[in-house]
Design a protein around this ligand. Sequence first.
Ligand code: SAH
Length: 343
Amino acid sequence: MQRLIEKAELTHCLTRNELVKILSDDGVNEELFNVADRTRKAYVGDEVHLRALIEFSNYCRCNCLYCGIRAENNLVERYRLNKKQILQLAQHASVFGYKTVVLQSGEDLTFNAGYLAEIIAEIKKLDVAVTLSIGERSYEEYKLLKDSGADRFLLRIETTDKVLYKKMHPKADFENRKRCLHDLKKLGFETGTGCLVGLPGQTIESLADDILFFKELDADMIGIGPLIPHPHTPLKDCECGNLMLALKVMALTRLLLPDINIPATTAMETLNPHGRIMALQAGANVVMPNVTAEDVRGKYEIYPNKVGVNYDELSKKLNQIGRTISHKKGSRGQQQQYGKENL
Ligand code: SAH
């Protein structure tokens, strides 16, 4: 097992069987997390990039079985911010010092690409990177968004197990989601994807496939989150995803894609009050604080008890582990490569 982890650190390659072996053995977790942490330090340094998250609409046409804002959940109060409100949040974030603004929503087609393009063009005047997380659109729409100045796009594949994908997203098309990711790459977006850990029926083998998919796509960002069942969804009686397993998937992703951006996800912190710091010491180098206005924040409830980020507390905790908050945009490939020669 030790040899497999060494191989991953040196070659950044593992086979499906090797990934399965590591994922199945909890005796090597500490070693795995240490090696992922070392790789993170060597390739992307000690700076932690902050991304200001604006959740601008919770209207959604999809019915993902796990998600609290799915179309069929009638218990959610729906909201949509307008252009002026979104720009105001982006501006506050920029004044505060954020260098990236993430616009996230349900799949809300009221925000057509033209309208979004206007918003993006305005935000770009603030000299920040703009990341979109708005779901599946056509190549033409993605192109319009890119041309308006958007830099990055997050679209998790959620799971690469086609059968499980169909169960979790009854009306959605796995091939179309993959098409979207390839279009985003082709258009030059820094492209983020990722998966949920703990979907009912998910296997270790399929998590290994997820990691190999990230590598094959050459994803620029990967977000891994444990499932947190939402009481108003069909998955309400499921168990929470396993945080350790989610951290292992994340650590292995760092080993296979050493120079990418990986967030310590909110779902990890929601499951464990130390989840964020654990993730940052097991391969992660990004945190995404929510800057959505308090009055609507509670309504963007993809899962319950979503925790926030307290800037001062985060800054203090980061200092304690020898890390600092970055004041740069933090795109893939722009980080200094620290001490790689020492590997
Ligand atoms: N509509 C956008 C944004 C989705 S919300 C899109 O399709 O990309 C962002 C992520 O939250 C999803 O990709 C999903 O992986 C995660 N998520 C949704 N419900 C969740 C739950 N119950 N527990 C944990 N993560 C969840």
